[in-house]
Design a binder for this molecule. Structure first.
Ligand SMILES: [Zn+2]
Length: 573
């Protein structure tokens, strides 16, 4: 400690002792209304319906003191200690709220290999080889996000469109390897993993799953749907051998990476679509020790029996952490024919998809949510699943109450059911990026007419008065909100390979709303975040382009310059 400072401190202490509780000194250090940060020279979009502004004043407690273009009236509040930030005329808006994704899943995907951007099987094998070099023998190598239909060319050594395991197994004789498909509905295992799982030519296909085989019946490495359990169980055996401390450390390391990744992408709030009880406790601990650097709102996800007698302490409202919703699901995904449809698949006649949770069970979970004042969030992709969900919800909600139950994905909806979202006050929790990601096969699965009328029908839902939120379902997709925003306003793939019924696009303003105030509303947080106004949390982001009016081709070039959570810089380029 330097000498002058020492003297100053002593003098200050003396003064406090002398005057008892010195009020002005006290206020100077702890006054929550002290002007802590002035942002000026910004091009501010404060939220739908909010006036344009160029400056923002933030209180020491992280809330917004004032916003506007004429800062003369603020001069009394601003003093020498107020930090000043010149935004250089750049675009400033409320921080993005990721409306549906998986926080710890994103974390582990960042710690494991990620193939979302891989363009060939050779590239993936090379990434595994590199990872194997610094992974101890016997430790599993895991990754996800590969998709054979997104590679530059079909693999020439393949069965059923998938590569064979030999090249991968050759370079990893001592490491079990499991690589999950981007859809989450298939995985790739190497020889070591299959050996540990006890899988051989003799292993039969389990019910509801398929082991891909070569012409002599040997497994090729690909396991679909329930057959994935064979490999997953072997992996879980390995995980279970870790100590509880090791497991928690690994989770925590993932959470830290997920936080960094979100803040880098301008995300200041994250809505998690599936938290287990164990994680609930860990998140509470992080919140209590002020270790959460963004706001986290989570849906509890377990089977009915696990939750029914175990609702104590719920809903939970913490500082930056909240659990006030329950998640369940009625069907699977469209790509793997899991979406539950009213009429058979166009490219799979006679098959209507999978009903993954009995409607009666979803009804029991709805009752549980209702009894405990929790929001209900139901995963529904196909039009049958959406209709069944609306039917269940209609038993518990009507236009007079304000439960804000949500349908996660609301992906394919029969036109007759579209008005029911607004009528029942049910929120359509959608993901812009899923539309363009699925564009390569959605029309094949549904046929042109059904795809046009009811697939990713944002425009129809908004016109019918529904609240539509946005997100990415990361790690299924990259968590980047800019890509999902681009998909929302153009319905074009970033690689230019397809445009999916552009008449259903959102306007720029609607898409910004779907990423800010709409998801805040969908979590009962619209009085705290989602818009920039006095009294709201100072969660905002500065971007290199103005998303309201930049040229369409500039949207994807947009970079996050800075991310502020509660008035504090959480990421700076
Ligand atoms: Zn999800």
């Amino acid at each position: 400690m330097n000498h002058d400072y020492h003297h100053l401190l002593f003098a200050l202490l003396f003064l406090i002792v002398l005057t008892g509780c010195n009020e002005s000194a006290d206020r100077e250090t702890t006054d929550p209304n002290r002007a802590a940060l002035l942002v000026y020279n910004a091009d501010i979009w404060a939220g739908q319906g909010e006036p344009a502004a160029s400056a923002l004043l933030v209180n020491a407690d992280g809330t917004i003191a004032a916003i506007g273009s004429d800062t003369a009236a603020w001069s009394d509040d601003i003093d020498g200690r107020t930090e000043r930030l010149d935004a250089n005329g750049e675009f400033l808006m409320p921080g993005f709220i990721e409306g549906h994704a998986h926080f710890s899943g994103l974390g582990s995907s960042l710690r494991n290999l990620n193939f979302l951007r891989s363009r060939s099987w050779e590239e993936i094998v090379a990434m595994v080889e590199e990872r194997a070099e610094d992974t101890p023998e016997g430790v599993w190598i895991t990754g996800r996000g590969w998709h054979q239909e997104k590679w530059d060319k079909p693999h020439d050594h393949s069965i059923g469109g998938y590569p064979l395991h030999d090249a991968l197994s050759e370079i990893t004789p001592d490491h079990p390897v499991v690589l999950r498909h981007a859809s989450g509905h298939a995985l790739f295992a190497n020889e070591k993993a299959m050996e540990l799982a006890g899988v051989s030519r003799e292993t039969p296909d389990p019910r509801g799953g398929r082991i891909l085989r070569d012409e002599v019946g040997d497994p090729t490495g690909v396991f679909e749907e329930r057959a994935m359990d064979l490999i997953s169980d072997a992996y879980q055996n390995f995980i279970q051998k870790m100590s509880p401390v090791e497991r928690k450390d690994e989770w925590l390391a993932g959470i830290r990476e997920a936080q960094d990744e979100c803040l880098r992408n301008g995300i200041t709030s994250f809505q998690d679509a599936g938290t287990r009880y164990q994680e609930l406790d860990w998140y509470k601990e992080l919140d209590a020790s002020d270790s959460l650097r963004l706001n986290l709102w989570v849906m509890l996800r377990h089977g009915y029996d696990d939750m029914a007698g175990n609702m104590e302490g719920l809903p939970h409202y913490g500082d930056r952490f909240e659990c006030s919703a329950i998640k369940t699901e009625l069907d699977g995904a469209l790509g793997s024919y899991g979406a539950w449809l009213l009429e058979p698949y166009f490219d799979n006649p006679g098959f209507v998809g999978q009903n993954t949770t009995l409607v009666a069970t979803v009804d029991s979970i709805a009752q549980l949510a209702d009894e405990h004042g929790m929001q209900l969030c139901v995963h529904a992709i196909g039009d049958r699943a959406n209709r069944e969900t609306l039917d269940v919800m209609a038993k518990y909600v009507d236009s007079t109450d304000d439960k804000r139950w949500r349908i996660e994905h609301s992906q394919h909806i029969d036109p007759a059911d579209i008005p029911r979202f607004a009528e029942l006050g049910v929120i359509a929790s959608m993901q812009g990026i899923h539309c363009t990601s699925d564009a390569l096969f959605a029309e094949t699965r549904l046929g042109t007419e059904r795809a046009r009328e009811g697939a990713y029908p944002w425009r129809s839902l908004l016109d019918a008065g529904a609240v539509v939120t946005n997100g990415t379902d990361a790690p299924v997709e990259d968590v980047d909100p800019i890509e999902s925003f681009y998909a929302s306003v153009t319905r074009k793939r970033a690689d230019g390979k397809a445009t999916f019924f552009p008449e259903q696009s959102m306007t720029r303003e609607e898409a910004l709303h779907s990423y800010t105030a709409a998801p805040a509303y969908a979590a009962f947080q619209e009085d705290e975040r989602g818009t920039l106004a006095p009294g709201m949390q100072a969660d905002f982001v500065i971007l290199s382009k103005n998303l309201r009016d930049c040229a369409e081709e500039e949207i994807l070039e947009t970079e996050v310059v800075a991310t502020y959570v509660g008035g504090e810089l959480a990421y700076g380029r």
